[in-house]
Design a protein around this ligand. Structure first.
Ligand code: PNS
Length: 167
């Protein structure tokens, strides 16, 4: 295994099988992978950063070269701070591309030492997103195909119970 470090950033609100597939594959390519729960100004999250970090930690037991962190600032700065040479992102479809391409260019400008590496999402996860999981959970649907069992309870307790309280 090489000694390169990659950061794997996202909102992870909550982490899904799609994210976990990308994290696992990145862990086979890089010596160390740091999953970073970062802020996306355009999103209002249902879980606190600490809750999201804890859910990811529960799902990655067994991936010895993966750690999980929370960072509130610019991803480019965090990558520099952790001596990361790559930012790994999953690409689901062309609809992801423009936004991801823009972020990759901005991150390259902010930190010329870091390369963005895109991994194509596994075909069974093409349609999967955290917001879809939350929508299904809010209506009491079965989310077993989308997230690991170890975090199902955390998600249902927050999303389904909140929806019931609000209605
Ligand atoms: O899972 P998401 O919401 O698509 O992830 C987007 C995220 C959190 C990776 C992105 O918004 C980000 O990098 N936020 C950190 C702040 C930052 O560096 N913003 C400028 C990106 S060019």
């Amino acid at each position: 295994m090489n000694s390169l470090t990659a950061v794997c950033p996202g909102s992870f609100d909550p982490v899904t099988f799609g994210h976990l597939d990308i994290i696992t594959r990145a862990s086979h390519l890089f010596g160390k992978v740091i999953v970073v729960v970062a802020s996306n100004g355009a999103k209002h999250c249902s879980f606190t950063p600490e809750e999201r970090v804890n859910m990811i930690k529960k799902c990655i037991t067994g991936l010895d070269n993966v750690e999980v962190a929370h960072y509130d600032g610019l991803l480019a700065d965090y990558a520099a701070k952790r001596n990361a040479t790559a930012i790994v992102k999953g690409l689901r479809a062309m609809s992801d591309f423009e936004y991801e391409f823009q972020m990759a260019l901005a991150n390259k400008k902010l930190n010329p030492n870091v390369e963005t590496v895109f991994l194509t999402t596994a075909s069974q996860n093409m349609y999967l997103s955290s917001s879809m999981v939350k929508q299904i959970a809010s209506m009491g649907g079965d989310i077993s195909s989308f997230v690991p069992d170890v975090i199902k309870g955390d998600i249902m307790n927050r999303i389904y119970q909140k929806n019931r309280k609000d209605s």
